[in-house]
Design a protein around this ligand. Sequence first.
Ligand code: ZN
Length: 564
Amino acid sequence: MKFNDYKYERPDMSAYAVDMGEKIERFKNAESFSELKEVIKEINVERDKINSMMSIVGIRSSIDTRDEFYQKERLFFDENGPLIAKIDMDYYTAMNNSAFKDEITSEYGEFILDKAKLAVTTISEEVLPLMMTENKLISEYRKLRASAKIEFDGKINNLPQMTPYLMSKDRETRKEALIKTTAFFEENEAEFDRIYDELVKVRTDIAKKLGYENFVQLGYDKLGRTDYTKMDVKNYREQVYKSLVGLSTELKERQAKRIGVDTLMIYDDNFNFKTGNPTPKGEEKWLVDRAATLYKELSPETDEFFTFMRERELMDLTSKEGKAGGGFCDYLPHFKSPFIYSNFNGTSGDVDVLTHEAGHAFQVYMSRNQPISEYYWPTFEAAEIHSMSMEHFAYKWIDLFFEEDTAKYKFNHLNGSINFVPYGVTVDEFQHFVYENPDASPDVRKAKWREIEKKYLPHRNYDGIDLLERGGFWYRQGHIFEMPFYYIDYTLAIMCALQFWHKSNVDMKSAFSDYLELCKRGGSLPFKELVKSANLIVPFEDGAIEKIIAPVKEYLDNVDDFNL
Ligand code: ZN
């Protein structure tokens, strides 16, 4: 059976509500744990079915945005989202009140009960209208960004269309492109400020109504962070400052020399080599064939996985007319099938899809037999460990894709990981300030952003571009508006992935076996426990960052990057 044969049927929502209602009643009235276990299984079968139908709709309506049938089905799920969420909520409430908590813990671990608890403490009837306001504001932000019409190179461009100019080999082009892009944000400064201010206020309101002091802990709870606190994250950011910012600044100085400029300016940030960025040497079929070799040689499990993905046609990779932009990995639990969606465009990003997104897909494939749906995927910061580490395990075969650009790719990839971290913690520290001081004015927020930026990104130079000098760079960072506190997750995962990189250099077999076991554990444990279970150092620990980046620095120091 191929993906196109996976049958879509619109769920009968009232039948679903009645059926789930009965099952939840049986859950409440179960007289033995074996009875309860049976109901949990049945509930998950039904949820897996409906989630799979929703995912099929999401995937097919993105592959062809002109397909009216799936556009209509998409609306159907948008409309029924609240009902589905309400049923889940009833289930979690029943679980919180269950007399069989000890048995649930010994069968599934504690994490499911923690998740059930958070599912009901982070929401209530009273805050639903406020959450709708929040969603409306997020849509306004997306619309405002999408409204950009930037005149450049003799045509009108939206923000993504400006990317190639921002990475141009010609410095004047990069500079002009950044000035024009920033002008769009500056012209709409009042509107970005208004949307964000209202978002901060409504989130603070929601938090207070739910009994939180402010939005910070609610943000953490919504992300399922049950085994670390904002103090751990603060300690982590301090370590980044102490142990990593120096290396990042050194790398930025090397970049300036490499590309031949006296002072590295913001518009040079993404321009890494005079000779251009590393690019894969072929298109979809060629790349997928090479990925098949990589996964065949890496392990029997990855070979089985990738063969499954290919035979069932569970990847839609190349851009085509009518296809929506972006890239993601989804999972159809009813068919035990991951799905990879992307828009290949001839950059090294194409290979990232076949390593990073495939890493996500491999993890969920290995977790497909987890006994409860909540454990198919881990929390976000843990999920990125699987994807980012797969990028590193792929190094051994990366020459298959990049040929003469191989050394350049590896240097660029590690260099990029290190340089991303200080920016990631800037975004994080800013948000802690914002939600701990919800009444701060937009100007005070911007000044704070600039102050934090100077701490973690001392090498950043805005060359007098007004809005950026005043602390307005973050308008373009969608996560800040759409998913508060999420961004640091990428940096935490980098710290874990770099450990797998080092371990795979020392002993590939044992490193991959730890990784494989981690994938199988799926989301059955919270972040820190998953990290420890894979024999990795938890990034929050004192001295962790220093230890983790030492071998990376040694590697980068030994690369003759001037000749790449
Ligand atoms: Zn990812």
